[in-house]
Ligand binder design. Structure first.
Ligand SMILES: Nc1nc2c(ncn2[C@@H]2O[C@H](COP(=O)(O)OP(=O)(O)OP(=O)(O)O)[C@@H](O)[C@H]2O)c(=O)[nH]1
Ligand SMILES: [Mg+2]
Length: 489
């Protein structure tokens, strides 16, 4: 077989698999709808900024549930009450959605050279079937009945999440938001002379495509610096400029923020010539939203029944006040994009709302257990705005602190408690960290966090893939119970 046909064959296989799947999709969808009506199927939205720990969380969650007999899940009521019989993984029948790469991720975490899951570059999903025994009841004749609960999970690149607020934002408003942000540290420094170049563009002038293309590529470099220059900012828009995904029309990514829009009235901007910077960029922005952001929201988030919002609070604390504030704003904007509240089951099919939200600090194995409660409290302070939005609509959010993978141990050295583990090369290392505060530090209180650089830990060595070892974690069972406990009765 020629190399070309070698490449084509898997693609054809995949396409025909999808086509075959379509034949069944109608029946599967009808079944899924019925299960939703019976409250036996629901969608868990794993929400989190880039690198917050989503893929690792999903991998560990699947692993804990599949291995629930060996896993340490005392806080998850169906395990405690021995009503969880078995858990199976199925592909999610959504059109064309690749299966979440659980096996690759789990295999990567095991063995003598473990590694973290790769950063996500496209969407994927899976469906977990939890087989449960009806809890014994004096009044129930069906006490021994079994039933299945279906749990949908989807994974996606965190960069894309920050595009959701653009759905309700005009191009002019996005430009003025950029204009306000870019005058402040650290974005001002990261922009360098691009700030001045963007300020020089008159939105009503005729667009020079060469200049626009040049500024657009400098703008993408700036967004990349926001993410990669050491301490990553959270509020990076548009997210697809960093990670476009497959088959994206390059022109849709060809706009820039026009920082002078505020000098003109809405009417002046709207009556600009079609070939002006404003109209050209506005049209591309609108296509960006309608072709990329809207479908992503519809397919991924419009059906969420319950949500866990993952927050890497320790890294943000380590980065400093500007970064904590940036993360706070990003989380508020994201939660603004969701509908929270309660619906009856029938209405829930047509007008889904999130009836439970759990904000979860991730990677807390990086700090001493005596500080875990402080992490949880700090999280509650940082997400207060987002939290009150959710509460406002009749939903009581929870805050938790977890590690999907416990990659460290605690040691006592000459009276001082410290963390030990392995660095990203697998070499042993240890550190002592500043005490984590339960509120946002002020003034000089920041200094110990700015002087400290949180080292990245490698996953723990020695987990066996063949033996399906369960992944060590911290408090994942509490999160599971908050999200699923009441559905498993
Ligand atoms: N110590 C520790 N580190 C973790 C844990 N979970 C994730 N990490 C670290 O955080 C990094 C990002 O985790 P991912 O699960 O890939 O995060 P993500 O949100 O899926 O990232 P994107 O796909 O890029 O949006 C990993 O490569 C690890 O370095 C954890 O439970 N403990
Ligand atoms: Mg990921």
């Amino acid at each position: 077989m020629s190399p070309a046909s070698n490449r084509i064959k898997p693609k054809l296989k995949k396409a025909s698999k999808r086509l075959l799947g379509y034949g069944r999709t109608g029946a599967l969808k009808a079944g899924a709808t019925l299960e939703r009506l019976r409250d036996r199927r629901f969608c868990l939205g794993i929400t989190g900024l880039s690198q917050s720990g989503k893929s690792t969380f999903i991998t560990s969650l699947i692993n804990q549930l599949i291995n629930h007999r060996q896993a340490s899940l005392p806080g998850f009521s169906p395990v405690l009450g021995e009503t969880l019989l078995w858990v199976k993984r199925h592909p999610l029948e959504d059109r064309g959605l690749d299966e979440f790469p659980y096996d690759d991720a789990y295999r990567g975490l095991t063995g003598d050279s473990p590694r973290w899951p790769d950063s996500t570059v496209d969407v994927s999903g899976c469906l977990l079937e939890l087989r449960l025994k009806q809890a014994p009841s004096m009044f129930s004749a069906l006490a021994s009945d079994e039933y299945s609960l279906y749990l949908e999970l989807r994974d996606y690149p965190g960069e894309w999440l920050l595009d959701l607020p653009l759905r309700d934002m005009t191009f002019a408003r996005w430009c003025s938001q950029c204009s306000a942000q870019y005058g402040q540290s650290p974005r001002q420094e990261l922009l360098g002379d691009l700030h001045h170049k963007l300020q020089q563009i008159d939105p009503l002038a005729v667009a020079d495509e060469t200049r626009l293309a040049d500024l657009n590529s400098q703008f993408k470099e700036f967004l990349s610096r926001c993410k990669h220059h050491g301490r990553s900012l959270s509020l990076i828009q548009p997210g697809r400029f960093l990670l476009p995904g497959d088959e994206v029309d390059a022109q849709v990514l060809g706009f820039i923020p026009l920082l002078n829009c505020a000098q003109y009235s809405e009417a002046e901007l709207e009556s600009a010539e079609d070939n002006s910077y404003f109209k050209v960029c506005q049209q591309r922005y609108q296509r960006y939203v309608s072709q990329l952001v809207d479908p992503f929201y519809r397919e991924f988030f419009s059906r969420i029944d319950r949500q866990v919002v993952l927050v890497d609070i320790v890294s943000a604390l380590n980065a400093g006040p500007d970064y904590i504030d940036d993360m706070r704003q990003a989380l508020t904007k994201i939660t603004d994009s969701f509908a929270y509240g309660r619906n009856n089951r029938l209405l829930q099919l047509f007008q889904p709302k999130i009836d439970k939200v759990v904000f979860t600090a991730t990677k807390i194995d990086q700090v001493l257990s005596e500080d875990h409660e402080a992490v949880r409290q700090l999280l509650s302070v940082i997400v207060r705005q987002a939290y009150s939005n959710a509460q406002h609509q009749g939903v009581m959010p929870n805050c938790e602190a977890t590690a999907a993978v416990r990659a460290s141990r605690e040691v006592d050295q000459q009276g001082e408690r410290g963390i030990v583990g392995a660095d990203l090369d697998g070499k042993p290392m240890g550190y002592i960290h500043p005490t984590i505060p339960s509120r946002i530090p002020e003034g000089d209180e920041w200094q110990p966090f700015l002087d400290w650089t949180i080292p990245s830990l490698n996953p723990p060595r020695g987990l066996s893939y063949q033996n399906s070892d369960s992944i060590p974690h911290i408090r994942l069972d509490s999160v599971l119970n908050l999200l699923l406990g009441d559905k498993c009765v």
